[in-house]
Design a protein. Structure first.
Length: 241
């Protein structure tokens, strides 16, 4: 198995997760860093290299949305502030893909064994979803950047350093729970519409992402680069009829 470096803006969260992993007899260590700050990422990269000696796999999982960048009964598209949209784009595109790829990718490119960079895209990147304007645009950019970087690295001769992305379907997370369920935990009209359009008829569970992540991280996908893999219960394949 892999030795895991857990990086989070919250040092407590990172160390708690690392401790939980250590309890399974796996090696892990938690680190604090702000993925929006390149200097912070450089520092944590250097600390990880000091502790582990190499970075073979990079999973860039930073992302999310905010109500202020979401069309609602209270906020029309024309009233969403530039600041709110920039915050969502910066979080998902820069912190969630570009900056980690620049800072960790530099040392990964120097590794003769190569490695795997895995970004997290979204269903919103495949077909823009209503209401989440900033998030949809940012995740579409993540998918585009994933393909661009995969080609760029391979053309530069780094053919063993692969770049791919996972596009999760609909999972009940803290960032979208307010859109999919009401205060009583019942499905909202949006939540019901999503399940009706998901052939497997349920929301995803975190464990549903594991197999795809392991495949992309391992040599089982050593000839795969520049792809965005949907893990969505069939949502993206269903035409609605």
């Amino acid at each position: 198995g892999a030795k895991l470096a857990i990086v989070d803006i919250s040092e407590n969260r990172a160390q708690t997760l690392a401790s939980n992993i250590q309890a399974t007899n796996a090696e892990a260590k938690g680190y604090q860093a702000d993925a929006m700050d390149s200097k912070s990422l450089i520092l944590v990269r250097d600390n990880i290299m000091r502790d582990f000696g190499a970075t073979d796999i990079l999973v860039s999982a930073v992302g999310g949305n905010i109500p202020e960048a979401t069309v609602s009964e209270q906020i029309d598209f024309f009233d969403i502030s530039q600041e709110s949209l920039e915050k969502v784009v910066n979080l998902n595109l820069f912190a969630g893909a570009i900056l980690p790829a620049q800072i960790f990718g530099r040392i990964m490119a120097e590794n003769p064994n190569g490695g795997s960079i895995i970004n997290i895209s979204s269903m919103a990147a495949l077909k823009p979803l209503t209401r989440v304007v900033g998030y949809s645009a940012a995740k579409a950019a993540v998918s585009n950047f994933t393909q661009w970087l995969a080609v760029h690295l391979a053309k530069q001769g780094f053919t063993k350093l692969r770049v791919n992305a996972i596009a999760p379907g609909f999972f009940l997370t803290e960032q979208n729970r307010y859109l999919l369920t009401d205060s009583n935990g019942e499905l909202t009209p949006r939540g019901r519409a999503i399940l009706e359009h998901t052939p497997m008829g349920r929301f995803g569970e975190p464990e549903d992402l594991v197999g795809t992540a392991i495949w992309l991280a391992s040599d089982a996908s050593k000839f795969v680069t520049g792809v965005v893999v949907p893990v969505d219960g069939g949502f993206s394949a269903f035409a609605g009829v």
